[in-house]
Design a protein. Structure first.
Length: 576
């Protein structure tokens, strides 16, 4: 289907000869544009999450200019629309609190302006799902332009990955294996350029999944942020979106259950972040696609980790790019993909990756030579039991194998401040068998479900050489981290979930192979504790956080807002 200019929604603003059309054209010319530069052309919105508080997106101003070049080249009229950055690290308590905010902003920016199609510029953890959730709900032609990973880090001859090695070296500092001077020197060595984390953290997990789902130019997710190929890719996004507008190629015409399953296959082979589970559930909800944690667990049981990348492996994202990137990985997953799924290039996934080739079989492994065999761990294991009736997840491929089945006494904390003050007490009563628990870290309780789940190993254990223990949290964990961390416990403690009933000393049983997470406490005792449970903390009464706490769903449902999830057909804005 090919549409004419007169059929485009922007023409409701620009084409009429009445006073409103006059005003729209007049004000556009106020910016120095000639009438011929925008009249009779598709209007392309460039949603840019650039911010000086988001170093991962520091280059996106330049990439917006590259997108504009492509739009002009193809005969469109580009307009840049700034949006909330949700860049990690600086935003507290968590960018997850604002993912839905970004999704709302994207949807409304597209709805209220004369936009025919959009290019979405982002890449840091919550920006990718936030941008896509808004675009899916608005359902205009859209293409995602990923920010790209930063360059490889190196310190004293060793590869260093952002996030992963921060945690590693901090533990070495606490053990006395490096000095305070070394620690300061590391600050300027690990993050060498603009771009997202150079490990298979949440950022690259999400952009790669979106790539596999066909919502980017094929292979775009693997291109390093400062590679000269990156602005060329951005320009191609600008050119392609103009064609998509005339083809009327919308998310609703591409996204199917099969395209989500393709994303899941890539997710598992990458050894991706547990955070992706929540974002995929939210995106599927916006698209009206049935997707559950059980679907992810089933895919994870079939596909081992093939990408030899930190934190599960030994390489970084730049190495992945030069090894062939995502197309090479997808070629090795051919038996698990739905090749008929459509992409933004208006071709099938099978056609899109046909030319993919792997140039380094150690970086991108084959199914019979995985980084982590399925018998030793999976990208995502689903757990249920009397501690997590609606589910919890664990990245068992990043766990110490001896903890895949474990029982031990709980040490429970209700807030991270108290926990941090206690953990380094040399007299703390804790062993490697102890199960460390932090609750009230979920979407309502924290609020926003921060990345508190990679609970620190107490200093007393670190000095004994302990590098992993079982940890449980109703919050999340950075995708750059590792360890036996059970996350996303649902329902969370703050809404009365069973985690609220757990007490220090209770025996916790973890069996990843059986998919179980239980506390060895009699049911009548749990009922007694439930009756004595203190009332929940009062909710916020004002600000966006008040809206968030009252309308956010639980982790197993994607933490979207109840009034935004699902396919919605809202009327176009009135123009008078």
């Amino acid at each position: 289907m090919t549409r004419s200019i007169s059929e485009l929604r922007s023409q409701r603003w620009f084409a009429s000869s009445d006073i409103r059309g006059f005003a729209h054209r007049q004000r556009t010319q106020q910016m120095g544009l000639r009438r011929e530069e925008f009249m009779g052309k598709p209007v392309i919105g460039i949603i840019n999450t650039w911010s000086e508080m988001s170093p991962c997106h520091a280059h996106l101003r330049d990439r917006a200019e590259a997108v504009k070049r492509g739009v002009w080249q193809a005969g469109g009229y580009p307009v840049e629309l700034p949006a909330l950055s949700v860049g990690e690290v600086m935003v507290k308590p968590t960018t997850m609190l604002y993912r839905n905010f970004l999704a709302m902003e994207v949807e409304e920016l597209l709805r209220c302006h004369p936009i025919d199609g959009c290019v979405l510029l982002g890449g840091c953890d919550k920006s990718t799902p936030g941008l896509l959730m808004g675009a899916i709900s608005m359902d205009l032609p859209a293409i995602f332009c990923p920010a790209g990973p930063m360059s490889n880090g190196q310190w004293r001859g060793a590869k260093t990955g952002a996030g992963t090695h921060t945690k590693t070296y901090f533990d070495k500092l606490r053990r006395g294996e490096i000095t305070a001077t070394d620690w300061v020197d590391l600050e300027s060595r690990m993050t060498r350029s603009a771009g997202t984390c150079n490990t298979m953290g949440t950022a690259s997990t999400m952009t790669s999944i979106i790539d596999a789902m066909g919502l980017t130019l094929t292979g775009a997710s693997s291109i390093p942020a400062v590679d000269s190929g990156h602005p060329r890719m951005a320009s191609l996004c600008g050119e392609r979106i103009v064609e998509m507008v005339f083809e009327d190629l919308r998310p609703s015409s591409m996204l199917t259950r099969e395209s989500f399953l393709n994303g899941l296959a890539a997710y598992m082979a990458l050894g991706g972040s547990t955070n992706a589970a929540i974002h995929l559930l939210a995106m599927a909800g916006r698209a009206g696609i049935a997707l559950k944690l059980e679907d992810m667990a089933q895919m994870s049981a079939k596909i081992p980790v093939l990408a030899n990348l930190f934190p599960s492996g030994t390489y970084l994202m730049e190495d992945f790019h030069f090894a062939g990137g995502l197309p090479a990985l997808l070629k090795k997953l051919s038996d698990h993909l739905h090749f008929d799924a459509r992409t933004v290039e208006n071709r099938t996934l099978g056609e899109a990756i046909a030319a993919g080739e792997c140039w380094n079989d150690d970086v991108i492994r084959d199914l019979d030579t995985p980084v982590v065999p399925l018998s030793q761990g999976r990208t995502l294991a689903l757990l249920k039991g009397n501690l997590a009736p609606n589910g919890a997840v664990v990245k068992s491929s990043a766990a110490d194998p001896k903890f895949l089945k474990h029982e031990g006494p709980a040490l429970v904390f209700d807030d991270p401040g108290t926990m941090m003050r206690v953990l380094d007490d040399p007299d703390l009563d804790i062993t490697q068998d102890t199960v460390l628990v932090l609750r009230n870290a979920g979407p309502v309780g924290a609020p926003g479900m921060p990345e508190w789940g990679n609970l620190p190993i107490p200093k007393a254990l670190l000095k004994r050489g302990v590098k992993d223990i079982v940890r449980i949290c109703d919050g999340r964990m950075s995708g750059t981290h590792y360890g036996t961390c059970v996350l996303h416990v649902s329902p969370e403690a703050a809404v009365g979930g069973p985690l609220a009933l757990l007490r220090t000393g209770d025996i916790v049983a973890l069996d990843i192979e059986a998919g179980r997470l239980d506390m060895r406490v009699a049911e009548d005792e749990l009922e007694r504790r439930r009756a004595e449970l203190a009332p929940p903390r009062p909710l916020y009464e004002s600000s966006f956080t008040a809206l968030y706490q009252r309308h956010v769903s639980q982790a197993h449902e994607g933490c979207d807002f109840d009034f935004l999830s699902g396919v919605r057909n809202l009327p176009e804005p009135a123009i008078y």
